[in-house]
Ligand binder design. Structure first.
Ligand SMILES: [Fe+2]
Ligand SMILES: [Fe+2]
Length: 237
């Protein structure tokens, strides 16, 4: 039996170190603490989902230092894009450059044993006063990308379905959205997401709704230690 872990927002910056403790004392030495916790918890047969905001780098060549560190961690690492991952412009280029234990989730889905993982970056959702016309455009596009990810599951065999997102699937009032509709339609059991930090953590919905368990996994919301979100059996039931 393999285990599936998740953590979001490592916000690494080995090329141009960016001290994160400006965001709070709890961020001091966060990168080493995340890596140590991953080495302690995640085994070689396990999967670690990194739910976006991987690196502050803006160019792939700089992000590669962070991706190298991630590649050395035990197990398979499944990465998705966050709003800060400007280095991730070409999927093919990233895939060519990273260790084979790193996999990308982008407009597609990933099978790990009998567990399927689908999702994507997402965006701010309607219903909050700061939601602009520009957000509306981006949000629509991102929902379509998440839909593509779920559609890519057609014909694939799995027993459990996890949604991995960077942005929360609900607005700050915890209203349903096109994203939650997709998760419900496809029978997601657990949805993990990141992006919310510091005071923003309180705005994230955590708990069960309409049969789906929602879990915020941004690094600072989980003490910089990945959390176990599911088990996977080698075959498909
Ligand atoms: Fe983010
Ligand atoms: Fe973040």
């Amino acid at each position: 039996m393999s285990r599936i872990f998740a953590i979001g927002d490592p916000h690494l910056s080995r090329a141009r170190p960016k001290p994160m403790d400006v965001f709070g004392d709890n961020w001091a030495g966060h990168d080493e603490r995340i890596f140590a916790a991953c080495r302690e918890l995640v085994g070689p047969d396990d999967l670690l989902i990194l739910a976006g905001d991987i690196s502050w780098a803006t160019r792939l060549v700089d992000a590669l230092l962070d991706l190298e560190d991630i590649g050395k961690l035990p197990g398979t690492k499944l990465l998705l894009k966050g709003n800060h991952d400007f280095w991730w412009s070409s999927r093919a280029k990233v895939e060519r450059a990273v260790h084979e234990s790193i996999r990308l989730l982008q407009n597609d889905s990933f099978l790990f044993g009998d567990v399927a993982i689908a999702g994507g970056r997402g965006w701010t959702l309607p219903g909050d006063e700061w939601f602009t016309d520009e957000d509306e455009k981006i949000s629509r596009r991102e929902v379509e990308r998440i839909r593509l990810s779920f559609e890519s599951l057609a014909g694939r065999k799995y027993s459990h379905l996890i949604a991995a997102l960077h942005y929360p699937p609900m607005n700050s009032r915890h209203e349903g959205s096109e994203v939650t509709e997709l998760l419900e339609h496809y029978g997601v059991e657990t949805c993990i997401y990141g992006h919310l930090h510091g005071d923003g953590i309180a705005a994230g919905f955590v708990g069960e709704r309409n049969g789906i368990r929602y879990r915020l996994v941004s690094a600072d919301s989980i003490g910089f230690r990945p959390v176990e979100v599911a088990h996977a059996k080698p075959g498909v039931l």
